[in-house]
Design a protein. Structure first.
Lengths: 866, 114
């Protein structure tokens, strides 16, 4: 009947596990009571008797574990028991478990989020049909620099090219403008687009139709297309679509774009830009988009465009500044400059994950060491070694699984935050989402992590010499193991050094960018941009005086555009006697300003005079130039009193009355920003189709914006106005760097934290293992300070190795940052020294608690302990 | 490498348990105590080790267990040899006798020759 017993026992083990566990617990409790009683009989005090009974019994946890393992059916117990065992053992060490989960979640979450960003911005195709065939075409100037095309050039390209299935254009940047739907006034983002723009993109309207060629032509009727979101919310999803008020006119809504369609961010209105008068051939206001004909290589299109540009140049001469054209894929145009940046961010995230894994491996090794004896006993008593390995591996799997789930939750939170704040810094981040690809990536990361964190320590542990551990040998075996561990921690330190160096280089880059000399004072200037329509000069002056009277505003000036803005396009400049067709002696940007401009911006007049209210429409036409023009046109001569002209905006001769310092920010070529200033009062109408008031403020300009808006409404109730801060222009120009800096600083901090924890762990263990030795030293008269110093020295020594390795790695790794640094070399010694110092300090902090513990060791207790 | 004292050969522990139980039904602590006493302290295993081993014997039907009340009127789980257990013990004992007898004869002979 033996088989019957066996089956009953095993089945019972499966189905009545809970009751049996309680019974076993009672048995063990009873056993300990009996043993304690016997020890008391032998004359031990109760406290000591309990301890002795416990020592003779062994670890009750392992005993019940092994007993339970003998019950049940092998296959079922393999899955169920190991899982239960893992969860129970993790719950019994909440500190370790929380730290491990936190570390894993951080590593996996950060890497997953970084992948989502990389994937969205760089890897995923643009959300347009056959987007690989979409290209952007721009003009090249005589100095090979790339410029936005002019309308007439675009029109010629559209007509005369063969390599494309369609050529369209949009108006450089989306604009902010005010519209009314019913009685509600709204500020929206609009973009002017050419004929067949949506056809080239391959987008079909959700409702209605796209613009007809007649609508998108000079003198066409006012029409507009709206985004799906605008239609659904602002227009309450109405049909028929009706019309909306654009301020000057009422425009018929002819179509609604499909949901989710985005172009250059969340543009809400699309207007036909070909209704306006086609401007001159060197007004660079458009970007040309084209769809390559099937099976046409980019190179063919490029060659055709080069030939076409040359023939246009032959016909139009200096009327066009385009000597060549540049064709590049649309995706490259939109995100190409972010490739290095995002690769750096992703690499940094992967390093954080690596540190997190290292930390867990060392934590598992540490737990393995303290468990070594238990494991050895159980192995000796018949628990198969394979099962112990499996249990540890299952424990790691449970940890990694939990960490992955938390990590994905973290990635979701990070992705949401990045989408909110990052869409202003990096294009396409508005589309950012955690999708199937991201989850698949997270799963892959989890599997790799599991292999690294789970199986290595388990195998290592089980491979140890059982007999030695059983007999409590604390000889070479243990020393070897902490060497591996200390190498892991040194490795962490090295990675942290690399990340801290990277973040320090970027912090310095941003500092340099924000404090770089721009030739004028950008701090404390509020801006108010408006379209004056057909206002007379007296009207501008009235608005300017009103704004200047706002409390807190110390000066107000007007200009046709912000400093730095649009300086990338230049018009040719002539002296009297220059032929004026192809051979331009200088190129310059034109800026039309009020007399207060140089004073308000603190842009120095180096020679001659600034403008005064006496420079009127009827007085002598005057100009102020930057030193570069003087140098190119009249080298070695005094430019004051000389005459210049241009075929752009000014068709008469201007007399130079002054030289102003050049204004350029960090990303613009220093010494290459030629500008010609002319008085607003003397400027032709077309030069002031929009104006910006620049207000020098006392204190923080942002605080004054509400007052500026209120005053502007009073002064000009029907003009839409857009407010801003001049300094933001510089900040926006460095948005990509800021994104990288924030990411690297975040990762660097996490790396520091984890390295600190790693050092704390290994030093705590060292102190625990060496407590005997330390006790003996203290018994022999070592001072607590000497004991502490020894521990701190060991930590420093370990960290110093990591710092050295990290510095070496940094010398190579910073190569990838080279192209995004400004004003600091990638091998900046101060940055490397400071980063190394920070890590050493972290090591001291991490070792401080264990060191303090070491000096409190009681010599007597530790010597007795064995 | 010297052999540590008190180390058990594989499989011997269960034999010791069966032997201890052949003196009558007993609970876990009593069994551990009997083994220590019978072996005069040579086999110093951790007492907790009896429980997984007893469970293995239960699985093989060599012992049974039931809850009884001790002399001190406390509930305890008593283990008892089954018929199969007694037969197994006898067979194992006979084998051990033969094996150790043969082994010691060989060792004695070796001593005399050297």
């Amino acid at each position: 009947m033996a088989w019957f017993h066996a089956i009953r026992e095993r089945l019972g083990g499966m189905f009545r596990g809970g009751a049996r566990d309680r019974a076993l617990a009672e048995e063990i409790r009873h056993h300990l009571e009996l043993e304690t009683a016997r020890q008391i009989e032998r004359g031990h005090p109760p406290e000591r008797a309990r301890a002795l009974a416990r020592a003779r019994f062994g670890n009750p946890e392992w005993v019940s574990e092994d007993t339970r393992d003998e019950r049940g059916i092998p296959l079922a117990r393999g899955i169920g028991n190991d899982l239960r065992w893992a969860i129970r053992s993790l719950r019994k060490q909440p500190g370790f478990t929380a730290l491990a989960l936190f570390t894993l979640a951080l590593g996996i979450g950060v890497t997953t989020a970084a992948f989502a960003v990389l994937d969205t911005v760089l890897l995923r195709p643009l959300p347009y049909a056959e987007s690989g065939r979409l290209v952007v075409i721009r003009e090249r100037a005589v100095d090979r620099s790339v410029m936005f095309p002019s309308y007439p050039n675009f029109a010629d390209w559209r007509e005369r090219t063969r390599s494309f299935d369609g050529v369209a254009s949009w108006q450089t940047f989306p604009r902010s403008q005010t519209v009314s739907v019913g009685t509600e006034r709204l500020r929206v983002v609009s973009l002017g687009v050419s004929r067949r723009f949506f056809e080239v993109l391959g987008v079909r309207p959700f409702l209605g139709r796209t613009f007809t060629d007649l609508e998108n032509a000079l003198g066409g009727p006012p029409v507009v297309m709206v985004s799906h979101a605008f239609w659904a919310t602002q227009m309450a999803g109405r049909t028929p679509l009706g019309s909306i008020d654009l301020g000057a006119t009422s425009a018929e809504v002819v179509g609604v774009l499909p949901p989710g369609f985005e172009f250059l961010g969340k543009t809400e209105l699309f207007l036909p830009h070909e209704r306006g008068p086609g401007t001159v051939r060197n007004a660079h206001n458009y970007i040309v988009i084209a769809r390559l004909a099937p099976n046409t290589p980019l190179q063919t299109a490029q060659t055709e465009m080069t030939v076409l540009s040359q023939s246009l140049l032959a016909v139009h001469g200096s009327a066009t500044q385009a000597v060549d054209a540049d064709v590049q894929p649309l995706r490259e145009y939109l995100v190409g400059s972010y490739r290095t940046l995002l690769a750096v961010v992703f690499g940094a995230a992967a390093l954080v994950l690596l540190i997190a894994c290292t930390n867990l491996v060392s934590a598992q090794l540490a737990r393995g060491l303290t468990r070594g004896r238990d494991v050895a006993i159980r192995t000796a008593l018949g628990a198969p070694r394979f099962r112990l390995v499996r249990q540890l591996a299952v424990e790691s799997t449970v940890l990694t699984g939990g960490g992955t789930i938390l990590g994905i939750a973290l990635a979701l939170a990070v992705v949401r935050t990045v989408r909110l704040f990052g869409s202003a810094l990096v294009p396409r981040l508005g589309e950012l989402a955690v999708d199937f690809r991201t989850l698949a990536f997270a799963a892959l990361v989890a599997v790799i992590t599991m292999g690294f964190v789970g199986f290595y320590p388990a195998l290592r542990l089980a491979g140890g010499n059982i007999i030695d551990t059983l007999r409590g040998v604390r000889g070479p075996g243990l020393v070897v193991r902490t060497v591996v561990w200390r190498m892991l921690v040194g490795f962490q330190v090295a990675i942290a050094v690399v990340l801290v160096v990277g973040s320090a280089l970027l912090i310095r880059t941003l500092g340099n960018i924000m404090s770089a000399d721009t030739g004028l004072n950008v701090r404390g200037v509020a801006t108010a941009n408006y379209i004056p329509r057909d206002l007379q000069p007296q009207e501008f002056e009235r608005i300017r005086t009103e704004l200047a009277a706002i409390p807190g505003v110390t000066g107000a000036a007007l200009a046709n555009r912000l400093p730095f803005a649009w300086s990338s396009y230049s018009a040719p400049v002539r002296r009297p006697g220059d032929p004026g067709d192809r051979d331009w002696p200088a190129l310059a940007g034109f800026r039309v300003v009020s007399p207060e401009y140089f004073g308000v911006l603190e842009q120095p007049i180096l020679k001659g005079r600034g403008f005064t209210p006496d420079d009127r429409a009827v007085s002598q036409p005057v100009a102020i130039i930057t030193p570069g023009i003087a140098e190119q046109l009249w080298p070695g001569e005094d430019p004051i009193g000389k005459q210049i002209s241009s075929n752009y905006m000014f068709d008469r001769w201007l007399t130079v009355v002054g030289v102003a310092a050049e204004a350029s920010h960090w990303s613009m070529a220093r010494g290459g920003q030629n500008e010609i200033f002319a008085p607003l009062a003397q400027a032709p109408q077309e030069a002031r189709f929009q104006l910006t008031a620049l207000l020098r403020t006392r204190g923080e300009p942002r605080a004054l914006l509400p007052a500026v808006r209120a005053r502007f409404r009073q002064a000009a109730p029907d003009l839409p106005v857009q407010l801003g801060i001049l300094e933001d222009v510089i900040e926006r120009s460095a948005a990509d760097r800021r994104f990288a800096m924030l990411a690297l600083t975040l990762f660097g901090s996490v790396a520091l934290l984890l390295a600190g924890v790693g050092i704390y762990g290994v030093m705590s263990y060292t102190v625990a293992v060496r407590s005997q030795e330390i006790g003996v030293r203290m018994a022999l008269g070592a001072t607590p300070w000497a004991v502490q110093a020894q521990i701190l020295r060991r930590a420093l020594f370990m960290a110093a190795g990591g710092v050295a390795a990290g510095t070496l790695a940094g010398l190579f790794a910073t190569r990838y940052l080279q192209s995004i640094l400004y004003g600091v070399t990638r091998l900046d010694p101060a940055v490397f020294a400071a980063s190394g110092g920070i890590l050493l300090l972290t090591a001291l902090l991490g070792a401080y608690l264990p060191a303090r513990r070491s000096s409190r060791i009681d010599p007597l207790t530790t010597i007795r302990a064995d | 490498m010297t052999k540590p004292e008190g180390e058990l050969l594989p499989g011997t522990f269960e034999l010791l348990l069966l032997k201890a139980l052949s003196l009558g039904a007993m609970h876990g602590w009593g069994i551990a105590e009997r083994i220590e006493r019978l072996s005069a302290g040579v086999f110093a295993v951790q007492q907790g080790a009896v429980y997984p081993a007893l469970q293995r014997l239960l699985n093989r039907g060599l012992v049974t267990a039931e809850w009884r009340i001790t002399e001190k009127s406390r509930r305890a789980r008593y283990y008892r040899l089954t018929v199969a257990g007694r037969r197994h013990l006898e067979a194992e004992t006979a084998w051990w006798r033969r094996a150790t007898g043969g082994m010691s004869r060989v060792l004695r002979a070796a001593e005399q020759e050297s």
